[in-house]
Design a binder for this molecule. Structure first.
Ligand SMILES: *Cc1c(COP(=O)(O)O)cnc(C)c1O
Length: 428
């Protein structure tokens, strides 16, 4: 579908990136289960490798099924281009890769998915990169943390696990002031609830594993570029502004303008890091994303009911859902995620760690899993699982204290979800 800007969200989630298959007329996006693509002739092959002509070479770099998904997510997020990859964690590395050099750092919010805290605290050090963690509600601290080696600012729109809402416009203002790109992980927000690019983000990353696929079938990730950042202005992003030795000296920004980041991510990032999404995986996500708006509306409706019910329960100490009037983040819903605060939040139990472990095993409808963003309601105890590698101080900073359970509210009947919680709480 071309000229996507005139269509609404519900239309784009079905049609963007897709067109009837030129060879067969197939209406659904075919699963192009192929590794390679036949070149017309030697000149065609050379033009493709020189990025003079856009086309398919090898599926580690690009594949038509995967490309359809990338185009669709870019359209939903309001970006100019997107690159899909094998998981959300891969997307985070892919987002940082063109920006960072050894010795560079990223300023990251303390309120992040536990796996991201881990990736940023330890694993990226092997590339000579580092992360500084800051409370993004403290904008002065955020700005003060920036130094001459900082190359990006990173946060989540609706932060996993607590459902805290980041003040993206305010953080974007700081990023703008210091001349750095803002990367927003919009996994838990989804473009239906939150559109970080409209709020000032440079790049948006996704774990498509979660709501975008929506049915818990496949892992995947995506990086969307707004196309608005000037990679040449500061001299801090030589991979994009200077001759790139990894791609026979091409100056990506000069040659490709707003598509520089996306082309670099494909031509160098996917080519050399190889964190490719496979076409079967893209197919499952394309199926799921067609109903994103319908599912998200129901996730929000159910989460609002469940959170309001839990908050009044005598065995519950606190509920973090930002859609509740009691939440300090309620005031950010209207600007950051106007269609609702998502389907993810935590509750803390007066009975502490032991009560959490017991409740997880007494729930029946809820599945005890590490995933989120499924049609099914899911529960996990972060302190003993996803956030287990973190210190207790890091757990608390991330909203995953020992007496905290994370709920990912599904799209079942709200009364059944509440009923399951009620019977499990009664057993404590
Ligand atoms: C799950 C998740 C990730 C990691 O994604 P994977 O697909 O599991 O690699 C990153 N960020 C957030 C917010 C997540 O929920």
């Amino acid at each position: 579908m071309s000229n996507t800007t005139q269509y609404g969200f519900d239309t784009l989630q079905i049609h963007a990136g897709a067109r009837p298959d030129p060879a067969t007329g197939a209406r659904q996006v075919p699963i192009y289960q192929t590794t390679a693509y036949v070149f017309r002739d030697a000149d065609h092959a050379a033009a493709l490798f020189n990025l003079q002509e856009v086309g398919y070479i090898y599926s580690r770099l690009t594949n038509p099924t995967v490309a359809a998904l990338g185009e669709r997510i870019a359209a939903l997020e309001g970006g100019v281009g997107a690159v899909c990859c094998s998981s959300g964690h891969a997307a985070q590395l892919m987002a940082l890769f063109p920006l960072m050099q050894p010795g560079c750092n990223v300023i990251a919010s303390t309120r992040l998915y536990g796996g991201t805290v881990q990736q940023f605290s330890n694993t990226i050090r092997k590339f000579g990169w580092s992360a500084k963690f800051v409370d993004f509600d403290d904008l002065a601290a955020l700005e003060a943390a920036v130094d001459e080696n900082t190359r990006a600012i990173f946060c989540e729109s609706i932060a996993n696990p607590g459902g805290y809402i980041t003040d993206i416009p305010a953080v974007a203002e700081v990023a703008n002031k210091v001349g750095l790109p803002l990367i927003v992980d919009n996994t838990t927000g989804t473009p239906y609830l939150c559109q970080p690019i409209k709020l000032g983000a440079t790049l948006v990353v996704h774990s498509t594993t979660k709501y975008l696929t929506g049915n818990g079938t496949v892992t995947g990730g995506c990086v969307v570029d707004s196309g608005t950042f000037d990679w040449s202005a500061s001299g801090k992003f030589p991979s994009l502004s200077e001759p790139e030795p990894a791609y026979h000296g091409l100056k990506f920004h000069e040659a490709l303008g707003g598509m520089a980041f996306t082309f670099h991510s494909i031509a160098v990032g996917l080519r050399d890091l190889g964190m490719t999404m496979n076409p079967q995986g893209a197919h499952y996500t394309l199926m799921g994303i067609e109903t994103l708006s319908l599912r998200m509306a129901r996730h929000v409706e159910n989460a609002e009911k469940v959170a309001a019910w839990l908050e009044k329960h005598p065995k519950v100490e606190a509920v973090t859902y930002a859609g509740l009037d009691s939440s300090p983040y309620k005031s950010r819903v209207a600007t950051v995620c106007p269609k609702g605060a998502g389907g993810l939040f935590t509750l803390s139990l007066k009975g502490g760690y032991e009560a959490c472990v017991k409740m997880v095993s007494d729930l029946n409808l809820f599945s005890h899993v590490a995933n989120l963003g499924d049609t099914r309601s899911l529960v996990i105890h972060p302190a003993s699982t996803t956030h287990r590698q973190l210190s207790e101080a890091q757990q608390k900073a991330a909203g995953a204290a020992p007496n905290t359970l994370r709920l990912s509210i599904g799209i079942e009947d709200a009364a059944d979800i509440i009923g399951d919680l009620e019977q499990a709480l009664a057993k404590l």
